[in-house]
Design a protein around this ligand. Structure first.
Ligand SMILES: [Zn+2]
Length: 194
């Protein structure tokens, strides 16, 4: 009886530790998303299929559905490529940021975020120390990325989700191909998986 009790107690401690480290991890990912975007993600939501969303304000149903469509497209193309890992909605966290511009250079609706130029410094993307990005990976494990809030052209949201997701699926399933395609400064874009 005493041993049984010790066993249960041990399990409880393991569970508490697990939750604590998950929360610490999630806090670190949130802090990174806020550092990169300069936004505060105060609203938590879930897509109908179970992906986690953090946003600067309550995301519209159209945004949430578009995220699910993008993940569905991602999972089907990943399966076609023989990948099996990370193909479930609940493993993904999507940050929905305030756009830093809503139109691209040619005047098309294109809500994007400005981020530090880093490896894109001096390339055609460089706007003077920063670049406009449609989406960006925040963490690979747990899997998280950021896109901008859209008020129309939700097909673009689905595409961006699929494209950022490609990096994460490759990281989880095909590390060599991930390394070859993770950085677009040397050319090569999306879709990666066909
Ligand atoms: Zn990319």
């Amino acid at each position: 009886m005493k041993r049984l009790f010790a066993g249960i107690f041990g399990l409880a401690v393991v569970i508490v530790t697990f939750y604590a480290s998950t929360n610490a991890q999630n806090r670190a990912v949130l802090a990174e998303a806020q550092r990169i975007t300069g936004d505060r993600f105060t609203v938590g939501a879930r897509t109908p299929n179970g992906a986690t969303v953090y946003a600067v304000r309550q995301p519209s149903a159209a945004m949430l559905n578009a995220i699910d469509r993008g993940l569905a497209d991602l999972f089907s193309v990943a399966r076609r490529n023989g990948y099996r890992r990370a193909l479930n909605y609940t493993s993904y966290t999507i940050f929905v940021a305030n756009p830093d511009r809503t139109k691209d250079g040619s005047g098309r609706y294109s809500p994007d975020i400005a981020v530090g130029a880093a490896q894109y410094a001096g390339t055609g993307y460089d706007q003077g120390g920063y670049i406009f990005a449609a989406g960006m990976i925040i963490a690979r494990n747990p899997m998280a990325f950021v896109i901008s809030e859209h008020t129309s052209n939700f097909a673009r949201v689905s595409d961006l989700v699929r494209y950022e997701g490609e990096h994460l699926v490759l990281y989880q399933n095909d590390r060599r191909r991930y390394e070859q395609t993770k950085d677009h400064s040397q050319g090569g874009g999306h879709p990666i998986l066909r």
